[in-house]
Structures are given as structure tokens and as C-alpha cells.
Design a protein around this ligand. Structure first.
Ligand SMILES: [Fe+2]
Length: 241
């Protein structure tokens, strides 16, 4: 696995072309012509707050959704008020501010709002197991098998120093596992996000304390929503005939 490369604006353009509408649908978007409407909306959890227990307790999910995620959405909207971002999508805000130190606060909150909404969709009660179809084939091709992918993903999570995210992404038609620190996101690197686990301590500390690996293993085994991931993949990589 690798960490994200330096921000590359040309890759960002490539992402826009590749992902197009498929990603736009996820982007918490509320466009407005006059800059008066919020760009980021707080997406509802796709399950009850206690539905992921015991892998993720209701208490952890409550803090994660109501405090952390909601906080990023609120702050991202405060920071994107005004004409510079008027009418932009969440995706566009992330791409416009990626790698720009003077816009770090906007990027961090916008990317965290997007990452969290995506992460919550990657989970479901009664998830886990192994994917099927095109996603399974591509995992076999890229990693040698699902168990090898899991091992790589868990190792990436363990090795991510400090707060960040572990991602399964599509990179020029091939699957890859990448990690990013803090708010970093595949959208800033021309990569198409497919699956992610949040490895900020707020995602697991109440339930697992410092045992990040146990948290990630349990998410993969019990909560991973491979149907959602397969759907995302098929939007940009049609099934083989
Ligand atoms: Fe988080």
C-alpha cells in the first residue's frame, strides 16, 4: 500500500472526468446560484445509531455522527459562505482548495465532511464477508485474493501514523489500498474512492482504546458494505461482458 502522493492538480482534473456523475450523487450537494445556500448537508445515517453494535457502539456512533461529522459539515458551510464558492459542489470545493495552504481550513473541513458521509455508507449492520462479482475479481487481480487484500488493508491502518483514513481506491482502472493523514481524501489525488475506514481515534477509542487493528478487523468482518462498494465500482467500471 502507499500513502497519497503530493497533490497533483492534473490528476484532480482526471478524477473529474472519470468520476463524473457517479460521484456527484454522493456529494451532499446543494447548488445555488447566489451563494446563500449551504454547500454541505448533514446526510442522515443509513441505519440506527445503535445498529452497528457491538463493533461500533451507539455511544461511539453518537459522538462520531453528532459531534465530529456534524461539526465538519457546520464548519465547512461557515467557511464556504460567499462568492468564491457560490454554486460549487462539495467535490469542487475540495478540489479547489487541495494543496493550497491558504485554504487549509476550508479543505480540512470540506474533505472531512465528505469522507465521513462516504465512510458511513461503507458500513451496514450484518455486513462483512467477502464481495462478489466484478469487485471480487478486481480484488483478486490486484491483491491476489480477498484475504491478501484484508491483510494489506489492516496493515495500512496499523501503519498510518496518527489520524487519517485507509482507502480502497480505483487508480487508472486498478484497485489500490492507500492511506492519508488527517483530512486527506482520494478526491484530492485523482483517485476514485471505493471503500474506507476512518482511523482517527474518535472512530474507535471508546470501544477499543488503542487497539486500532482490532477495530479495523471487526469493521471488515462485520460491517463492510460490499454491495455499496460494488455499486460505486460499477458506476465507473462497467461489468466485463
Ligand atoms: Fe471520524
Amino acid at each position: 500500500m502507499t500513502t497519497f502522493p503530493a497533490i497533483n492538480k492534473r490528476l484532480i482534473v482526471r478524477l473529474s472526468v472519470l468520476a463524473g456523475c457517479a460521484l456527484t450523487a454522493l456529494f451532499l450537494v446543494q447548488c445555488s446560484g447566489g451563494g446563500g445556500s449551504a454547500i454541505f448537508v448533514l446526510e442522515p445515517l443509513p441505519y440506527r445509531q445503535d445498529a452497528l453494535a457491538p463493533t461500533i457502539s451507539a455511544e461511539t456512533m453518537g459522538f462520531h455522527y453528532n459531534k465530529h461529522y456534524a461539526g465538519y459539515v457546520k464548519k465547512a458551510n461557515e467557511l464556504t459562505k460567499g462568492m468564491v464558492f457560490a454554486g460549487k459542489t462539495a467535490e469542487a470545493v475540495i478540489q479547489m482548495t487541495a494543496g493550497d495552504a491558504s485554504k487549509a481550513a476550508v479543505f480540512n473541513n470540506a474533505a472531512q465532511a465528505w469522507n465521513h458521509a462516504y465512510f458511513f455508507k461503507c458500513l451496514k449492520p450484518g455486513g462483512g464477508g467477502a464481495p462478489e462479482g466484478l469487485l471480487a475479481e478486481m480484488i483478486d487481480e490486484a491483491f491476489g485474493g480477498f484475504m491478501d487484500f484484508k491483510e494489506l488493508f489492516i496493515t495500512a491502518a496499523k501503519d498510518q501514523f496518527g489520524s487519517g483514513w485507509v482507502w480502497l481506491v480505483l487508480d487508472e482502472g486498478k484497485l489500490a489500498v492507500v492511506t492519508g493523514a488527517n483530512a486527506d481524501t482520494p478526491l484530492a489525488h485523482g483517485l476514485i474512492p471505493l471503500f474506507t475506514v476512518d482511523v482517527w481515534e474518535h472512530a474507535y477509542y471508546l470501544d477499543y482504546q488503542n487497539r486500532r487493528v482490532d477495530f479495523v478487523k471487526s469493521v471488515l468482518d462485520n460491517l463492510a458494505n460490499w454491495d455499496f462498494v460494488a455499486g460505486q465500482l460499477e458506476k465507473v467500471q462497467p461489468p466485463k461482458k
